[in-house]
Write a protein that binds this ligand. Structure first.
Ligand code: AQP
Length: 335
């Protein structure tokens, strides 16, 4: 592996199929970053079980997400890919951070409020302390940068708060204050059924998302069915204001074709959505088709994927173990 000065850590939950949102909002950026930073990419299965996961499905999804990362261009020879539960240090440091973070801090986390919804009393304790585990994921490697979408910024600020409190409680200058890394800000890719909700793996509606495993016909059907309004496509970006579904489709087109949204509006402005959707489906298939094919090939090679994760876990362990050992010493645990 090449020598790097700065280290990034990022994770993706095996809580379902990878979506176009994961690809455009995260994985595509990670592929570019792996050449610049020492990169650690983690399939965060401990995070996934904060909501119920069927064990067999979780196993399959963990392999499928790892296959997806590799198929998108994350190179196991260049960076570390592993699944979180194979490195016990994540859970261990999370416990220490549970004792550093304050209830008041966690009470302010909007993702918990959104995910727990009205049924807070029935949400798992794990879902509540999810941000402490995320802080541990990052600090276990003393990562300096985390590539995140806008939705994760609050959790990253909490990571900084925890690192700072740990350093000040114990009178050390040990954990770095991690910086968010926002490369190409595609922003949030929204649901194809509801322009105000994020495209999500766990959305009960299959038609709300494009999965990286979807075939040509499925992609075309989902885009054809994508919700729009009755107005024609506007000729400029301000014309998309107050039209979340139209805006989302234009954003997806722009991101997939590496064009400015303004140019897409100019090209399709004044038309209905039929021709645009046909072109968007073609574009999606041309970008995602090779990824889907490679993912399928890798998913049939379970032993290869398992081996990548095992080797990745060993490399991750080799970086994190001395860090955790020093934490034990700082906290006052006998070694
Ligand atoms: N719709 C999205 N638009 C842009 N970025 C997205 N990401 C996820 N969805 C979108 C980014 O993908 C990375 C990995 O996300 P994750 O799997 O760890 O968790 P998530 O954000 O909670 O994703 P999902 O699909 O919504 O999962 P579930 O349904 O299980 O909660 C992150 O960097 C995220 O920003």
């Amino acid at each position: 592996m090449t020598e790097f000065k700065q280290r990034i850590f990022s994770g993706v939950q095996p809580s379902g199929n990878l979506t176009l949102g994961n690809y455009l909002g995260a994985i595509r950026n990670w592929v570019a970053l792996q050449r610049i930073y020492e990169s650690i990419f983690c399939v965060v299965d401990l995070h996934a079980i904060t909501v119920w996961q069927d064990p067999e499905t979780l196993r399959d999804a963990t392999r499928e997400v790892a296959a997806g990362l590799i198929a998108c261009g994350i190179d196991p020879a260049e960076c570390i890919i592993f699944n979180q539960s194979q490195v016990p240090g994540h859970a261990e440091l999370a416990w220490i951070f549970n004792c550093v973070a304050r209830m008041g801090w966690l009470n302010r986390m909007t993702q918990f409020k959104e995910k727990a919804g009205k049924n807070r009393e029935r949400a798992s304790v794990g879902l509540y302390v999810y941000p402490d585990l995320m802080a541990a994921d990052i600090m276990l490697y003393k990562a300096t940068h985390v590539p995140v979408g806008a939705d994760q910024k609050q959790h990253l600020e909490l990571t900084r708060d925890i690192a700072q409190k740990f350093n000040s409680d114990y009178g050390v200058d040990f954990f770095p204050l991690v910086e968010p890394l926002i490369l190409k800000d595609t922003g949030r890719v929204m649901s194809l059924r509801d322009g105000s909700a994020k495209m999500s793996k766990s959305d009960p509606s299959e038609n709300s998302r494009i999965n990286l495993t979807d075939d040509r016909d499925t992609i075309a059907k989902k885009i054809r069915k994508a919700r729009t309004d009755s107005e024609p496509i506007p000729s400029d970006l301000p014309g998309l204001e107050g039209r979340p579904e139209a805006k989302n489709l234009i954003n997806i087109f722009a991101a997939l074709s590496d064009q400015a949204g303004e140019d897409i509006c100019k090209e399709y402005g004044g038309q209905g959505f039929a021709a645009f959707k046909k072109d968007l489906a073609e574009l999606s298939v041309s970008v995602l088709g090779p990824i889907t094919q490679e993912m399928k090939r890798l998913c049939d090679e379970k032993t290869f994927v398992d081996q990548v994760l095992k080797e990745g876990s060993e490399k991750a362990g080799a970086i994190s173990e001395p860090i955790l050992k020093t934490v034990h010493n700082i906290v006052g645990f006998l070694q």
